[in-house]
Design a protein around this ligand. Structure first.
Ligand code: CA
Length: 221
């Protein structure tokens, strides 16, 4: 026992999955199809998808945002957890990657919950902010796109969230690079900058959860 988060060995991670994962077969198939792609590491792990689904249930979210959809695994995990009438505005720039997601969303019967908007997410979020009634109306936002724009996505999602709404920012530990002084590439610097900003941001309550590659949760006050 120690007063710090436990280090997950391969054996212990397997135990965690064996004793908690309840991945729907359709999610498992989407994950398997994505695994053959060169960009497969852009997909969240199944236990993180399940955690986010639980967050959706906990918060009673109905209106959600996703910045960075890729092949649609996180989208599907959230959509399956949303109540009837729930909705995800999903932002991505890739027609090719999201086409895979669309197939699974349709098969799962949740396509009507997902409003995919192809284009630079900053533009999509700005357009949303200009829609009447959209600002302050969302319950949940997942940010998992190009890291250099993380700060821009955070501010826009925070504006779109209602008080009490939750933002989840992915990859905030960036495979350890954030704590490695020798790593100073643009992505690492952008993630560090957002982590520092959120740490001191009194507009939100936060917790950095060491699941997957690090997930920063922020509840808007
Ligand atoms: Ca990610």
């Amino acid at each position: 026992m120690a007063a710090r988060s436990i280090e997950l060995t391969g054996r212990l991670y397997k135990y965690l999955l064996d004793h908690s994962l309840r991945e729907a077969p359709i999610l498992a198939r989407l994950r398997a199809e994505t695994a053959s792609m060169a960009e497969a590491n852009m997909q969240i792990g199944p236990e993180q998808g399940q955690f986010m689904a639980l967050l959706i249930e906990l918060t009673g979210a109905r209106r959600t945002l996703e910045v960075g959809t890729f092949t649609g695994y996180s989208t599907l995990a959230v959509a399956l957890a949303l109540p009837a009438g729930g909705r995800i505005v999903a932002c991505d720039i890739s027609e090719v990657f999201t086409a895979m997601g669309r197939r699974y969303w349709a098969e799962a019967g949740v396509a009507d919950k997902i409003d995919l908007r192809l284009g630079p997410a900053v533009e999509t979020l700005d357009a949303l902010l200009n829609e009447a009634g959209a600002a302050g109306s969302f319950d949940f936002a997942f940010i998992d796109a190009d890291k250099s724009n993380y700060g821009l996505y955070y501010e826009r999602c925070l504006s779109l969230l209602r008080p009490g709404g939750l933002i989840a920012v992915d990859n905030v530990l960036w495979n350890g690079s954030v704590a490695d002084p020798s790593k100073n590439d643009e992505d690492t610097r952008a993630i560090r900058a957002l982590n520092e900003k959120m740490h001191g941001d009194t507009r939100v309550g936060i917790s950095l959860v060491p699941i997957g590659d690090g997930l920063m949760l922020a509840r808007k006050r």
